[in-house]
Design a protein around this ligand. Structure first.
Ligand code: F6P
Length: 490
């Protein structure tokens, strides 16, 4: 907030994302509020609480419309409003083409290189363009000034920066791509690669989690566009407009709101054991994520199987709790993953379990942030074994949850978070045997070593929190705005 006042006086901040930070659902008892399982939302929401402004998102709850006024706007957070939420309503046709189709059957598998073949349909592309236009309309409607700062979020809106630039040429558009950007060979599969890159180059600043993803983007811009690339400073100039391409590793708020009022770790452990029916003496490993094929859930269950085959001494003394929140279940790849996960868990449980012991416990439903933090505090080990992930904020949340400096993080080397959290036990999620061995090592790690590793990771996340992430982008924006002002004056 201070940064906005000092460096960007009179600035107007608009955020655009597909997912909204508060979802209102109709239930038998009235309307209930849900916080979506989304790294993007957990990162951006505290920033918006601090800066104020307007967040434009797709209204997805069954009772969202009941909570908005005639302008489709509502003040949030509901308990203590500090910014406005503007909903854009999408038809089923738009949602099918833009969200399920192009974004999640096309760009999602393309960018994650997840061995799920990307699907590109003309009709999805048409809806994607239309929906991007609809959000551009919303930005223009919401902007009170001709030079707002617009924070465009993620792969749902690759075309939006260019659309905003055309209609509000003086806007500062900061686009953040929350998922990986693959190499130029992979991007070349997409039939609309030029349009997507051109759309993103409408941004003033284009951010990725890692330097590696920035380099991949520069390579693609160089290969597919008539642009000038400055690799040293990280920028692309297309038709006289320069876009800065920078790495801004995303993070979480510190301390996280969901950590407030959490009971001591021992009490969390007892509560989690009771709720999920875990054996009293069991050591607990947890995985918490959206039910997504990029998260490596099946390979992790195979690793648990491997652990119990090679180290039968853990039978009856070890449980793996998988909390998985269903999303995008309408898509075949997602529903198939859910069915296969249930089948595999039953198979492993039949092999190693008994009437009163199940080594794998699945909790397939939505988990609110306070429950997620309670699960983290109950765990001996947290396993984040994504096959590919832009950053992965679960890893950082686990570290933030452990104010007792205990617990071991097992982290995929293919998650952006592994570049920062080097004190985690880094694994190759495809190598289930070594992942099983790593679980065994984690279970045997002395408390003093856990403390030392956890302390270092907590220091890092505390310092590189999400306010710093947002501040770095906004400071770069402030610098560019001042430079443009000076040049205009000259
Ligand atoms: O950052 C990745 C992301 O796809 C976000 O865009 C999204 O909010 C989150 O993961 C959850 O996915 P979804 O909104 O499709 O449920």
């Amino acid at each position: 907030h201070r940064l906005l006042v000092e460096e960007l006086p009179n600035a107007e901040v608009l955020v655009v994302s597909n997912r909204e930070p508060y979802i209102h659902n109709r239930t038998d008892d009235g309307i209930s509020l849900q916080t979506p399982a989304s790294g993007l939302v957990s990162a951006l929401e505290p920033v918006m609480r601090a800066t104020g402004g307007t967040w434009i998102a797709h209204g997805s709850g069954s009772a969202d419309r009941d909570t908005v006024d005639r302008n489709d706007k509502v003040a949030v957070p509901p308990a203590d409003p500090t910014y406005m939420l503007r909903r854009v309503w999408l038809s089923d046709e738009e949602q099918d083409g833009y969200y399920y189709g192009l974004a999640n059957e096309g760009l999602w598998p393309l960018c994650h290189i997840a061995f799920v073949r990307p699907t590109f349909r003309e009709e999805d592309w048409r809806q994607y363009k239309l929906v991007n236009e609809r959000f551009a309309d919303a930005v223009v409607q919401e902007a009170d000034r001709d030079d707002p700062i617009v924070l465009v979020q993620d792969y749902h809106f690759a075309l939006l920066p260019r659309m905003i630039r055309r209609r509000l040429p003086r806007a500062t558009v900061i686009t953040f791509w929350h998922i990986p950007w693959p190499n130029a060979e992979t991007i070349s599969i997409c039939p609309w690669r030029e349009e997507i890159i051109d759309g993103l180059l409408g941004s003033t600043i284009l951010g990725f989690h890692t330097r590696f993803h920035c380099n991949n983007f520069l390579e693609a811009a160089d290969r597919f566009m008539e642009s000038r690339i400055d690799r040293e400073h990280g920028s692309v100039t297309l038709a006289g407009h320069e876009t800065m391409v920078r790495a801004y590793p995303i993070s979480i708020e510190w301390p996280p709101a969901a950590l407030a009022h959490q009971p001591p770790v021992d009490e969390c452990r007892e509560a989690v054991k009771r709720r999920f029916g875990l054996p009293a003496q069991a050591r607990i490993a947890v995985g918490v994520e959206r039910f997504d094929y990029t998260k490596g859930i099946l390979d992790r269950l195979h690793a648990v199987d491997d652990l119990l085959i090679r180290h039968p001494e853990w039978k009856g003394r070890f449980v793996y709790l998988q909390a998985a929140s269903p999303t995008r279940s309408k898509l075949g790849a997602y529903s198939a993953l859910q069915a296969e996960t249930v089948r595999l868990a039953e198979e492993v449980n039949a092999r190693h379990g008994s009437a009163d012991y199940k080594p794998i416990v699945l909790s397939i439903r939505h988990h609110e942030p306070t429950e997620v933090f309670e699960i983290f505090r109950a765990a001996d080990i947290c396993i984040v074994s994504s096959l590919h992930d832009g950053m992965n904020l679960v890893a950082k949340e686990f570290v933030a949850a452990r104010d007792d400096n205990q617990g071991v993080l097992v982290l995929s080397g293919f998650a952006g978070a592994s570049r920062e959290l080097s004190e985690a036990l880094i694994v190759n999620p495809y190598d289930t045997r070594s992942m099983g061995a790593m679980m065994d090592a984690a279970l045997r790690m002395p408390a003093a070593e856990q403390r030392e590793r956890m302390r270092l990771m907590r220091d890092l996340v505390r310092q590189r929190n999400v306010y710093r992430w947002a501040a770095q982008m906004l400071l770069d924006a402030a610098r560019l705005r001042k430079r443009a002002g000076i040049l205009a004056g000259a």
